[in-house]
Ligand binder design. Structure first.
Ligand SMILES: [Zn+2]
Length: 267
């Protein structure tokens, strides 16, 4: 980390800059955790799982990659479309000294509320007035036809499949399961690689230790479980870092193997 504030943290990755941006948090009942057979897990939460008023507190983060002056935002937070505990993204950008006019590309890991609704500012205007390209998993582009709030972005949508190059340093990697088109971004630079992995882990205090546990909102529980296992394995290779939308802010760190389980160490 080379610079940080209340709502942002800035890192260097080879020749790139990567910023973690705080959108806020959302509290969810622990019963959303699922064990195999889609049974709730809540009753047996181990001691390391922190609850706030009986709920799990999930950070909501977005990440900005700056590549040769081009600003690519990965996910946009919830805007004012969900709980008021989210929607700080524009404030976080301002604190980091980034003008929202500088953001010309947004890449979405998937199209859930807390990842795309921040495309619209609280006053109803475009959050990023100079947005040219909106990279969206091809399985989920249809949302922009259905959603009244987001229809204005439909013409700028660029559908992505596995292996799609978002930029010279950013490749889309299919990581389906949490949603139909859930995608992560592999960002290699300077001999290291960052995986901006979206919603591979929702509850860091338990899913690194118990990666078989799924989340009620995972569209396909079996696929989400096997995708998480594969990606955690890849993340534990040397020189890899991860950036997670729901890892505790700032949400960037490394993953290590611990027997059949994993450990996360924030950077
Ligand atoms: Zn999410």
């Amino acid at each position: 980390m080379i610079q940080s504030g209340t709502d942002f943290a800035r890192y260097e990755l080879g020749e790139l800059a990567v910023l973690a941006l705080r959108d806020g948090y959302v509290d969810m009942p622990p019963g959303r955790l699922r064990q195999k057979g889609d049974r709730p897990f809540g009753a047996e939460l181990p001691g390391q799982v922190r609850l706030v008023d009986g709920k799990l507190r999930l950070s909501v983060n977005a990440f900005l990659v700056i590549e040769q002056g081009r600003h690519i935002l990965v996910d946009t937070g919830a805007g004012n479309a969900w709980h008021p505990s989210m929607g700080l993204l524009l404030r976080a950008l301002a604190e980091a000294g980034i003008a929202r006019e500088d953001i010309t590309a947004v890449a979405c890991t998937h199209t859930h509320t807390d990842h795309v609704n921040g495309l619209v500012a609280p006053d109803g205007s475009d959050a990023f007035p100079n947005l040219e390209q909106l990279f969206v998993p091809q399985e989920e582009v249809a949302l922009f036809d259905r959603s009244e709030r987001l229809a204005r972005f439909r013409q700028r949508c660029v559908p992505m499949g596995n292996g799609f190059a978002v930029s010279d340093h950013m490749v889309a990697v299919a990581a389906h399961g949490h949603s139909a088109g859930h995608t992560m971004f592999a960002v290699p630079s300077g001999g290291e690689q960052l995986l901006i992995w979206g919603d591979i882990v929702h509850v860091p205090s338990i899913q690194f230790a118990r990666p078989e546990l799924t989340w009620e909102l995972d569209r396909d529980q079996v696929q989400a479980r096997s995708t998480r296992a594969q990606i955690l394995d890849r993340a534990a290779w040397p020189g890899m870092f991860v950036a997670g939308a729901h890892l505790d802010f700032p949400g960037i760190g490394s993953v290590a193997r611990d027997g059949d389980a994993f450990r996360f160490s924030p950077l």
